[in-house]
Design a protein around this ligand. Structure first.
Ligand code: NAD
Length: 508
């Protein structure tokens, strides 16, 4: 029988929890609290099904010769919806008025030969992990991505517990989503899948129980579908807007929420520059990920005077030493219907470079705002930056952390750097409860004060500098010795969570 060693049973979750254990040892965390936090309260794995539309799939080159004599068909211009994988959705009403010539399910269109794939029912693996609720309702995003797993969601849910404690908002941690590449589905299919996801989720969540938000692959539109499905037909529907955050401001979302994660990241970066006695104006940034977080961070940092000189995303990398025109890049990626992959590739205002070259671009700051595990030991050894501010969740591996520390590259860890999103989600939730609508200036002023105070406490813990100011006190958290910034952030989280268990006690 093969006995697995602790090393071989490592996964993204247990690896991420190493920081938790190190900080728990340092603060002498109560053993029972440690057990409570080590594993999630609940792990929900379930399946949702949906009926998909017919698709047109490009024919294999080898098969094309067989259809040399097939006459061309013509369809209404709006009959087809292009997908990022080269296929087209054939809209249910798309054949009305069509002139069709079909042979063995193959048709010829101006773009080439296509096989009609019959729309089928499909099943999607779905998750919601509720990690901890000692400080308040479970809270965390909804990810639609092909590379998710139980361990990834456990890691992300635990990160939310630490993050809500650091942000000092009255929530716990949760995370969920669906194993799916949303770029390969039409909007009506994604709506159907989302409605079914919420249908199955409804018995497990609520505005005071567990509150989802957007994450990779989801947005305000998905949140609107989730809200509708949760509240449909309910008598007190209007009291349920807080079931999800990240909604459109016109239906109960908060001003500033869409940009809040990028805004919070920019506030942390601003604080780091001030602390170092350096100017953001003219400073160079390289950025990974140009989605919700990355694009917002790029816009705000540019407005602060910084220069984004290189961007990498899932499909490529671009570089312009004079600074990329961020507004034009947003138009290229997010307002351009022909850019099906929503990629920075093909942007006219910069040159394409390889991913390997991207990591070696010399700059003051790297902003990883894509997925986890990107800054490995090898990548960290090549970076030519002074500081890494983690917009993404868990972008740096433990080995990457060691290399960054060895090379004296500063780090603003994810659980503070990207906590702006959940902080403004909290503001949205309060506004929903109170039926209020705050201005963007009010939201940003509160966010700046909150995130900078918590960031200063973490810095004080890292540098062993107890302080009491009118805004905050770091004295109860410092350890009597210096610690890495990631550990310092976890120390703040654990002390705030532990207080709830020790003061309230355990229900039996
Ligand atoms: P998004 O889906 O809007 O964008 C993701 C971006 O990452 C895209 O530009 C994509 O091309 C890029 N990407 C994906 N895989 C990549 C790869 N292998 N290499 C390089 N780039 C890749 O997602 P988002 O909402 O901006 O989230 C980005 C990160 O920020 C995630 O780690 C997420 O968990 C974290 N985060 C998001 C929020 C939020 O409010 N949306 C809050 C806190 C943390």
């Amino acid at each position: 029988m093969k006995v697995s060693s602790p090393e071989s049973s490592k996964n993204v979750f247990t690896e991420a929890m190493e920081v938790f254990h190190a900080a728990a040892d340092l603060v002498g965390l109560d053993p029972r609290v440690r057990l409570e936090l080590e594993e999630p309260d609940y792990e929900h794995i379930f399946y949702v099904t949906a009926v998909l539309n017919d698709r047109l799939a490009p024919l294999d080159e080898k098969e094309e010769a067989r259809y040399g004599k097939l006459a061309a068909s013509s369809l209404r211009p709006d009959a087809l919806i292009p997908l990022a994988n080269g296929k087209f959705i054939l809209r249910p009403d798309g054949l009305r008025g069509a002139d069709l010539h079909v042979e063995n399910g193959v048709i010829r269109l101006p773009g080439g030969l296509y096989r009609i794939e019959e729309g089928q029912s499909r099943r999607f693996k779905s998750y919601r992990i509720q990690h901890n609720q000692a400080r308040g309702p479970y809270k965390g995003g909804t990810r639609y991505h092909q590379a998710v797993s139980l361990d990834v969601f456990k890691m992300l849910a635990a990160e939310m517990t630490w993050k809500t404690a650091i942000a000092d908002v009255p929530f716990g941690g949760g995370k969920g989503g669906i194993k799916i590449d949303p770029r390969e589905y039409s909007k009506d299919e994604l709506e159907a899948i989302t409605l079914r996801y919420m249908y199955k989720l409804k018995p497990m969540i609520g505005p005071d129980i567990d509150i989802p938000a957007p994450d990779v692959g989801t947005n305000g539109e998905v949140m609107a579908w989730m809200f509708r499905q949760f509240s449909d037909g309910e008598r007190e529907r209007h009291t349920m807007r807080g079931i999800v955050t990240g909604k459109d401001p016109r239906i109960g979302g908060s001003e500033g929420r869409a940009k809040a994660t990028g805004q919070g990241l920019a506030f942390c970066v601003e604080e780091w520059f001030q602390d170092q006695g350096l100017q953001i104006k003219g400073a160079r940034f390289i950025l990974q990920g140009f989605g919700n977080v990355g694009a917002a961070a790029a816009e705000i940092i540019t407005a602060m005077g910084g220069k984004i000189i290189a961007v990498n995303d899932a499909d490529g990398s671009i570089f312009n030493p004079d600074g990329i025109d961020v507004a034009a890049l947003v138009a290229h990626v997010h307002q351009n219907k022909a850019n099906l992959k929503r990629s920075v590739l093909g942007f006219a205002g910069a040159q394409a470079i390889s991913k390997a070259d991207f990591w070696e671009v010399e700059a003051e700051v790297l902003l990883p705002c894509a997925l986890g595990g990107e800054i490995t030991g090898e990548v960290a050894s090549k970076l030519k930056v002074k500081m890494v501010a983690e917009g993404a969740n868990h972008p740096t591996t433990p080995e990457g952390d060691e290399v960054l520390a060895g090379r004296k590259i500063d780090l603003i860890p994810d659980i503070i750097a990207n906590s702006g999103g959940v902080t403004v989600s909290y503001y949205e939730w309060i506004q929903n409860k109170r039926m209020e609508h705050w201005t963007e200036a009010e939201v940003n002023a509160r966010l700046e004060k909150a995130i900078k105070s918590n960031y200063r406490i973490i810095n004080d813990i890292a540098r062993n500098r107890p302080r009491r100011t009118p805004e905050f006190s770091s004295a109860p958290f410092v350890l009597g010795k210096e610690v890495p910034s990631r550990t310092a952030a976890m120390v703040l989280a654990l002390k705030r969570i532990e207080a709830h268990y020790l003061i309230e006690g355990f229900s039996q």
